[in-house]
Structures are given as structure tokens and as C-alpha cells.
Design a protein around this ligand. Structure first.
Ligand SMILES: [Zn+2]
Ligand SMILES: [Zn+2]
Length: 225
């Protein structure tokens, strides 16, 4: 799971995903819209009938400070979130150092201009297919190099245009990165409310993107193979 906002745990159940056997969670940074579901999820896996016989470990990956964040959630009411029925591990990763996020899936993180701990993620599976997840980020061409040739580029696009902050992307920047990185497909996500009034397909067409650009929606399913 890439980030865990407050609604993620209910969405997993609604989509009939096997949440009780989730192997790994990636936390891109510590803003609540990316971490607010962590404590409820861990409280669920601690007590749910579906997880009591589980033996497989669960690992949560993220930047330095992730352990302190989850400890803070835990200490808010002595939930004992670290005592799970199965092995549970928090892994704090360093940017640009390879790690195995799942058996056979190699990952590398990249510092991004959003918060001091924010990281983009590059995943490579055994079949050599690659997914890049920018998470929240300001504009930097380094992301374009990081995402070069990815089979799927999942990119934030918080704003349509005239963004009021430097720490997110707007459509023109996202399309510039897509043209530079030449991924096979792009999914744009993390839309702020101003997008509700925008014709996504029409505006994207205006940039003549080099590949398919998909507007993310709740329940969207994509195969990367
Ligand atoms: Zn954020
Ligand atoms: Zn966010």
C-alpha cells in the first residue's frame, strides 16, 4: 500500500482487497492525509479475527522519523500497536539506498521538495516492470530522471494552474515531467477541489502528452505487466 490516509482502510474492504494479508506499507511523508489510517489499521490488525492466525510479517517503510510518528500514535492511549499477532517491523530508509520492499520487489527512494522527510518511490518487480510514485512534491527535474521510462508513473497533480504553493505540482509541470521522463503510462492523483470544475481530458489533451494520462478515481484498477 502506497500511503495510508484515513479512508484507505475502509476502501480496501470495499474493494474486497485482502487487507488482512497486506505485506508492506510505504509512507511517503508524515502529513495526515498520508498517515491518518495507520493507527486505525494497526488497531484493526491487532484485534480482527482475520489476522489472529497470520504468521507473515507486516513491514511499514518510510523516512527517518516514521518510528517516532507511530510511537506517538501508540502512546496517545497505550494502544500497544506494536504488539501484533504476527511479526511487525518499521523500516526507516535512506534516500538512494536500494531496499527490498516485497519479496522480489526492489525499491529506491528519492528526496522531494515537499516536507523535510518526503520521498518519491521507484519500484522494480521481478519481471523488470517499474512503478514510480512521486507522492506529494514540488517541481524538480530530478523526478523526471528518477521516473525515466517507468511502466507506470503515479504523479501528484494537486493544482490545475497558478498553484499557490511551491510544494505541489500543477498540470503544466506534471505534463512537462511526463514529456521528459517518457513513462509508458501516467496516473495523476491527489487532486484539490479546484479540479472539480475542470474538464480533465480536454486540458490534458491541450498538452499533447507523450502517453496515456489517467485521472485517478476511487476504485481504479490497473495492471502493470
Ligand atoms: Zn503532503
Ligand atoms: Zn497529501
Amino acid at each position: 500500500m502506497l500511503d495510508c490516509g484515513a479512508s484507505a482502510i475502509h476502501r480496501m474492504a470495499q474493494e474486497n482487497l485482502d487487507w488482512a494479508n497486506l505485506d508492506a506499507i510505504w509512507i511517503s511523508h508524515f502529513h495526515l492525509d498520508h498517515t491518518g489510517g495507520l493507527a486505525p489499521f494497526l488497531f484493526g490488525t491487532k484485534h480482527a479475527p482475520e489476522t489472529q492466525a497470520r504468521k507473515k510479517p507486516l513491514k511499514i517503510f518510510g523516512a527517518k522519523g516514521l518510528r517516532r510518528l507511530i510511537e506517538a500514535f501508540d502512546k496517545a492511549n497505550d494502544y500497544e500497536l506494536f504488539k501484533q499477532p504476527f511479526p511487525f517491523e518499521i523500516v526507516e530508509v535512506e534516500a538512494l539506498e536500494k531496499f527490498e520492499i516485497l519479496p522480489g520487489v526492489e525499491a529506491v527512494a528519492l528526496d522531494t521538495p515537499h516536507t523535510k522527510e518526503s520521498l518519491a518511490l521507484h519500484l522494480r518487480g521481478e519481471n523488470d516492470k517499474t512503478i514510480v510514485y512521486t507522492a506529494d512534491t514540488g517541481f524538480t527535474m530530478v523526478l523526471g530522471d528518477f521516473a525515466r521510462g517507468a511502466d507506470l508513473l503515479i504523479m501528484e497533480c494537486s493544482f490545475f494552474k497558478n498553484k499557490p504553493v511551491e510544494t505541489h505540482l500543477e498540470l503544466a509541470e506534471a505534463m512537462h515531467l511526463a514529456r521528459y521522463a517518457k513513462p509508458k503510462r501516467v496516473v495523476l492523483t491527489h487532486f484539490y477541489a479546484e479540479w472539480d470544475a475542470v474538464d480533465f481530458a480536454k486540458e490534458v489533451r491541450g498538452f499533447s502528452p507523450p502517453c496515456e494520462v489517467i485521472q485517478a478515481w476511487d476504485g481504479l484498477k490497473l495492471d502493470v505487466n
